[in-house]
Design a protein around this ligand. Structure first.
Ligand code: ATP
Ligand code: MG
Length: 314
């Protein structure tokens, strides 16, 4: 069994490779009572960093960690219901008047149609004891996001035992998160941003070599070059490649399968970024710096002349 490469997010700081600085920053930010936002491209290890560092902080200070995946919550109501499902029973009892169904084991928690979602959220969070709450993929909440953030701000101000870590893909997250609240007369706090970049090449090489060595796969220099050329140095893609190799895939097959998924994800991200707004050249440049090729950008329907200076290479 291979434990080095895992398809799941890491939950302990000891399992995180090459992210010591980021762990320290996140723990320090929590210790100084700040809001934190973990940002980065797909597969950079955002969820892993958020969970493992929060757990490390929690272990040192006697907190609990509540992880909420908001990937499929597009409204404030859905997000609130999902958060409530993950809170201790004692807290749920305090918001009983807002709920129509409670079936904690089967996660059947629903707000009454007439109940205010932000009211329920505020009441629940106000009653949380020594808790770090991780809101992952928070940018997916499209309807009521400013009210959502406002409810978090209000309870964060009232409850000194509540800490909040946001995480999500960089595409539009920060902008959505905080500029919107100002324009609506609400004032969410600015978080400390921790951006996860691709690994330096030598870190990526050590990660891959160590894991492959553990499962007895020898990787020639040429194959290693292929991997970095094709996949770059984001932990998630390297981990996916490594796992396939350890499970018996040949180099080219593993590389092909993983790069197929990587391109799909990159396109998806780009579509999110482009949705409903015009794009500035600096944003495109940033994207390109994460490794998108022009043909991949073009495949999503944007036109070169509109956003990118003509001197940029194809
Ligand atoms: N520092 C690390 N060391 C080792 N493996 C890592 C590290 N960071 C991430 N991984 C691995 O990479 C994969 C993706 O990690 P994770 O889910 O945390 O990334 P993410 O940025 O949240 O991805 P997504 O954008 O899809 O939500 C997982 O398989 C995880 O185990
Ligand atoms: Mg994630």
């Amino acid at each position: 069994m291979n434990h080095w490469f895992s398809p799941r997010p890491r939950e302990r700081v000891e399992e995180l490779f090459g992210r010591e600085t980021e762990v320290r920053r996140l723990v320090n930010a929590l210790e100084s009572n700040s809001w934190v936002a973990v940002l980065g491209p797909r597969m950079a290890g955002k969820t892993s960093l958020a969970i493992s560092s929060s757990k490390e902080f929690a272990k040192r200070h006697g907190h609990s960690v509540v992880y909420i995946d908001l990937r499929s919550s597009t409204t404030l109501r859905e997000a609130t219901e999902r958060i409530l499902r993950n809170l201790p029973k004692g807290v749920l009892r305090k918001v009983g008047t807002y709920l129509s169904t409670i079936k904690v084991k089967g996660f059947e928690i629903r707000l009454k149609p007439s109940a205010s979602a932000s009211g329920a959220l505020e009441e629940a969070l106000r009653n949380l004891k020594k808790t770090v709450i991780i809101l992952d993929e928070v940018q997916k909440v499209r309807e009521g996001l400013p009210q959502f953030l406002n409810a978090l701000t209000v309870t964060f101000n009232e409850n000194p035992e509540l800490l909040i870590v946001f995480s999500g893909s960089y595409a539009g997250l920060m902008k959505k998160l905080f500029s919107q609240t100002y324009s609506e007369g609400l004032y969410a706090r600015q978080p400390i941003e921790i951006t996860l970049n691709p690994w330096e090449r030598d870190v990526a090489e050590r990660f891959l070599r160590k894991g492959l060595n553990e499962c007895g796969v020898k990787i020639p220099e040429k194959e290693l070059e292929d991997v970095f050329w094709e996949l770059g140095t984001l932990p998630g893609w390297l981990s996916a490649y490594g796992l396939r190799r350890c499970l018996g895939d040949e180099h080219l097959k593993a590389l092909y399968r993983v790069s197929e998924s990587a391109v799909k994800e990159a396109k998806h991200e780009l579509e999110n970024l482009l949705e409903g707004r015009s794009l500035s050249a600096p944003m495109v440049m940033k994207l390109l710096s994460y490794g998108a090729t022009w043909s991949e950008l073009e495949g999503t329907g944007i036109q070169k002349g509109l956003f990118i200076p003509s001197w940029m290479p194809s």
